[in-house]
Design a protein around this ligand. Sequence first.
Ligand code: ASN
Length: 354
Amino acid sequence: QTKPVLASFAPAGGTKTIKSPSINKPALPNVVILATGGTIAGAAASGTQAGYTSGQVTIDAMVDAVPDAKKLANIKGEQISNVGSQDMSFEIMLKLANRINELTKSGTDGVVITHGTDTMEETAYFLNLVVKTDKPVVLVGSMRPSTAMSADGPLNLYNAISVAADPEAKNHGVMLVMNDWIHSAQSFVKVSTTAVQTFMSPMRGIMGTSNYGKNEFYRVPHKKFGNKSEFSVDGVKTLPRVDIVYGYVDMDGEMIDAAVKNKAKGIVIAGLGNGNMTKAALEAVKRATKKGVVVVRSTRVGTGDVGRDVEIKDAEYGTIASHELNPQKSRILLTLALLKNRKPEDLQRLFEEY
Ligand SMILES: NC(=O)C[C@H](N)C(=O)O
């Protein structure tokens, strides 16, 4: 295992929870940090090393690196997992959702989740659909490990705590705070493999800014979330299988047939342009929907709305149009939607409302 030499966050200790010295100050809001891992908790052997190991730094050490955060809130930390977010799973997401629902029903005023950036979109959107609170729930990560030159984690964490502690942040659904920007879980996407400015909300714009803990909000999320969401993971232990199949020139239907054979209950196509695909792929889609597998047409294009019946007649193929949701967020919505038996009209409605 690598040993950090240049620690923005102190290296990993063994403790699982932290105590804030200001825990008894009644004037400060109570914020709980749920740590899951990611680069924000990563460490490398040197400050200029691109390769590093995620999940080396505990939540205690991360909070110790931003002592000023204790002036913003009474902070408690819990280690939910310590994985690179490429290994994020529905099991961990369910654990997070249940814990947030518990915490926000009691004395917690806001929740911060430290998370890797690779699958931040999926966890944020999942939580946005299933947490039942109007209190701020804020995801945060970093692009540089704690040992890097100009590590971005500590300030991101400070800003995230400030948003979670901010009464103005209520009723904004699940948020992402990174690089001074406050995004809605509905609209942000990861756009760069390595740049610090990796998250954008290209269709709707950001919801606000957080500048050294001073927050400004410009807008609220445009679709349903939280208390208004019809989704719930109460008592849910497993989720149905939904696969994503990528579209390309000369695509045949074999990957779609394979997904059906592997018992996928749903398939999201990362289609061409406005959710298009080859004739061969469309025939495979028809075979899938005839067997009761739900097929959603999304797009491999970075922005835009996949509309119903634009070039493909959805009723003919039994498909659902994803509208603004990219393939990975479409997969999250479809996975939750398939917890219930639903008619195509109802599934299409969900892609309009969420
Ligand atoms: N910047 C990051 O957090 C990337 C890392 N692979 C993760 O998602 O955990």
